[in-house]
Design a protein around this ligand. Structure first.
Ligand SMILES: C[S@@+](CC[C@H](N)C(=O)[O-])C[C@H]1O[C@@H](n2cnc3c(N)ncnc32)[C@H](O)[C@@H]1O
Length: 291
């Protein structure tokens, strides 16, 4: 039934016609849901099939069932898991995505923090930070605030389960088109243009990386390897992949890492309505831990 790519008369024929069977899909989807919270209903079967095909080709395997055998073996669980996470996660992100949050940070949270917490470090967690656009945007806002408040100090933690996006975040190199809509003065100050005009990229100014640390954290873990409390947590466009019960659990766990009075942002298509969470609703998608 399964055939590898074949060469015939000097031409490559891709004869890989296998499908991800419902049974194999079920095995992967239960694993993804139980370990990473990401829901994978049956309508996502073709999508998962497409995403896994890339890995199957790279591993020179002949079928989805061969990949499944390998993936669930002891060796596979140690060696394949990160490649698997890189292909199954959806990492869409942008600089200044959902700008209302960054305006609120600049106009409300930062002045309030400075008034009450002279001398302490302002800490932000970008949970599900993808390739870094979100933590770098936070860094731009905080660096801009620092211009008029030189004693203001901050640190940013960016976390994700895909090591591919974490690596991209650490490199801080993006296609120039990604900063096209950014105000010119910020672009000039915080991004360096590449000389390669065929493949125009920008590199973040090292200033944006100075107070940023990046690491792997699975929001589904029972305890996070984080030993600090935060003044703001961004967890945007991550919960949307989880079901309500999991969202509630993750929000409660994350809020336990917030200082009293700390803020929590979710994405604009996400909601906490009807959830049993210890956060007060401030504005749509903006919440605060009671003081
Ligand atoms: C669509 S991106 C959102 C990026 C950014 N927060 C934004 O709003 O632009 C979602 C990110 O969440 C990450 N993610 C998904 N499940 C996760 C989990 N269980 N723990 C941590 N990160 C997760 C994905 O790898 C992905 O990079």
């Amino acid at each position: 039934m399964y055939q590898e790519s074949k060469y015939e008369q000097g031409k490559e024929l891709n004869c890989f016609r296998a499908e991800l069977s419902e049974k194999d899909f079920q095995a992967f989807s239960s694993f993804i849901y139980s370990q990473y919270g990401i829901k994978m209903p049956p309508v996502k079967r073709i999508m998962l099939q497409g995403r896994l095909l890339k890995r199957i080709r790279e591993l020179n395997m002949n079928s989805y069932s061969e990949y499944k055998e390998y993936f669930f073996s002891k060796e596979g669980q140690q060696r394949e898991i990160f490649n698997f996470l890189n292909v199954i996660t959806t990492n869409k992100t942008d600089f200044f995505r959902e700008p209302v949050h960054f305006n609120f940070l600049q106009d409300n949270i930062l002045p309030e923090f400075l008034e009450k917490n002279q001398g302490s470090v302002f800490k932000v967690w970008s949970a599900g930070c993808s390739s870094g656009e979100e933590p770098y945007t936070i860094s731009i806002v905080l660096n801009e605030f620092k211009v008029n408040h030189p004693h203001f100090n901050f640190s940013i933690l960016g976390t994700d389960i895909s090591n591919k996006v974490l690596k991209a975040a650490a490199q801080g190199v993006y296609p120039e088109s990604k900063v096209e809509l950014m105000p010119l003065h910020l672009k000039k100050k915080y991004f360096l243009k590449s000389k390669d005009r065929k493949n125009p990229t920008v590199r973040v100014n090292p200033l944006l990386q100075r107070n940023l640390s990046l690491k792997y954290i699975n929001l589904m873990d029972s305890a996070y390897s984080v030993n600090e409390k935060f003044d703001v947590i961004f967890c945007r466009n991550v919960l949307i992949y989880f079901d309500r019960k999991t969202q509630e659990k993750v929000i409660n766990k994350l809020s336990s890492y917030l200082n009293p009075g700390g803020y929590f942002f979710i994405g604009h298509s996400e909601s906490m309505t009807g959830m049993d969470v210890q956060l007060e609703h401030i504005k749509p998608t903006i919440f605060q831990k009671p003081k």
